[in-house]
Design a protein around this ligand. Structure first.
Ligand SMILES: Cc1ncc(COP(=O)(O)O)c(C=O)c1O
Length: 452
């Protein structure tokens, strides 16, 4: 057998290496064949901009994938990771520890709403979600309520791509190819309504009653069979759905009344996206478990974390001291490089007051994104903190095509946006300036017009 030749590299115009062969890499959540015919390759990143392999600057209106909240290539984060890799590359995660993981857990719990005070590290949002679901089910079992296994998600929810996450998630293409998923899952209705809430600034007035559907599910199955409810406080990946006023409060109240754990998936909303440290702070509603990732390490090194209430942690700390309390974990839980990146990211967020900055910019952002309301084909604009969703009418017979044209047009014109179906989702790094907001909106507005 002749060995395969490794792919060779050619020089792009500005000196970046570009592989000749794009075929071997099976890209995630990407139209592979379309992409490989017309690739979009990034070679560098600094502050608010990417540099493409051919040397063009692209303004990042999506914080990478909702994760680079402090902006790209920030020196304190880069240097912390460099120092850590030189000092210690890896430490075993089971039955061994290293100081930075404990320091990070303490820093995180100090930022959390009161009562959330123990941290379990993962490597991604998907792993954080599956970890939280497992903790919820195991928690009830060790308390002698082992019949509480049922999980409640929400239509249009996105909780990553593990089997747990897609089972409680509510996005059909993410679910339909993968068999029967995990059993015993119900879904609340989503909260999106163009009829009642189109072009709302911030939280809609209509829709708190949709939380009452949880009572219907409880009546159907009995609370004694239900472990947890998981929701994104603001649904991100499905196209930015802001919770109606009173909705999360009502979910909290119903969960508490029935002994059901409430999990907030804050993978997107955590670390300043709404102009507060967490959505739990922004809305004044505290869950029993919180999942985080993305902004935790500013996207620099993969990391996720589940933050659990004292009651949950304490329930596990029973029995002989030599017993492992939770049979769960990852080789890279609390990886030293991820901890270094996260600690430095938290420093940057604090030292530069980035969460407060996001809050201060939010009204300007709101006015800017709502200026697109009257553009042809725009059917809804929604916003909160430094997030916005701009929903477009789908082209007859080709859903998503209009938004994709806008996405590629913006990229050619030097702005990176994100689209999901026919909604444009914007979530710039929290260091974005007002002129950069103007640039994002102007470029997007032109491309919306071009795609009308
Ligand atoms: C709310 C939410 N949960 C979980 C995830 C999954 O995170 P990851 O892609 O790091 O596995 C995402 C990713 O976008 C998310 O938005």
């Amino acid at each position: 057998m002749t060995a395969k030749q490794p792919s060779t590299f050619k020089q792009a115009s500005q000196g970046a290496s570009v592989p000749n062969d794009l075929e071997p890499f099976w890209m995630p959540f990407t139209a592979n064949r379309q992409f490989k015919k017309s690739p979009r390759l990034l070679a560098g990143a600094k502050d608010m901009h990417y540099t493409t392999v051919d040397g063009r600057q692209v303004l990042d209106a999506t914080a990478g994938l909702w994760c680079v909240n402090a902006g790209h290539g920030r020196a304190p984060i880069v240097e912390a990771v460099q120092a850590q890799v030189e000092q210690m590359d890896y430490a075993p995660a089971f039955q061994m520890g290293h100081p930075a993981a404990f320091e990070l857990a303490a820093r995180l719990t100090a930022m959390m709403p009161a009562g959330l005070d123990h941290v379990f590290f993962t490597n991604s949002g998907s792993e954080a979600v599956d970890t939280a679901l497992k903790i919820a089910i195991a928690y009830h079992r060790i308390r002698g309520e082992g019949a509480r296994t049922r999980l409640i998600g929400r239509e249009r929810g996105y909780h990553g791509v593990g089997f747990g996450g897609i089972s409680v998630g509510g996005i059909a293409p993410n679910r339909k190819f993968f068999g029967s998923l995990i059993p015993g899952v119900d879904h609340l209705p989503h909260t999106h309504s163009l009829q009642h809430n189109a072009n709302t600034r911030g939280q809609p007035e209509w829709g708190a009653h949709l939380a009452d559907d949880l009572e219907r599910i409880v009546a159907l199955h009995d609370a004694s069979t239900i472990a947890a409810v998981i929701v994104e406080p603001v649904a991100g990946s499905t196209g930015v759905l802001v919770p109606p006023k009173g909705y999360l409060e009502r979910l909290r109240e119903i969960c508490t009344r029935h002994g059901i754990l409430l999990i907030f998936d804050e993978v997107i909303t955590g670390f300043g996206r709404l102009g507060a440290a967490f959505a739990a702070d922004y809305f004044g509603v505290t869950p029993d478990l919180m999942t985080t990732a993305k902004g935790l390490s500013n996207g620099t090194v993969p990391m996720g974390a589940v933050i659990a209430s004292k009651a949950i942690y304490d329930a596990f700390m029973q029995g002989p001291e030599g017993t492992i309390e939770l049979f769960h974990g990852y080789t890279y839980s609390g990886h030293p490089l991820a901890c270094a990146a996260a600690l430095a990211s938290l420093d940057v967020y604090r030292d530069e007051g980035l969460f407060e900055r996001a809050a201060a910019l939010a009204p300007y952002w709101e006015d800017a994104v709502h200026s697109l309301q009257d553009s042809a084909s725009v059917i809804d604009v929604r916003n909160i903190g430094l997030v916005a969703g701009i929903e477009l009418a789908a082209r007859e017979g080709s859903p998503g095509a209009r938004a994709f044209d806008i996405f590629t047009g913006c990229y050619e014109d030097g702005v990176l946006i994100r689209t999901t179906a026919d909604t444009v989702a914007l979530s710039p790094p929290l260091i974005v300036s007002k002129p950069q907001i103007d640039e994002i909106i102007e470029t997007l507005g032109q491309q919306i017009k071009a795609a009308a």
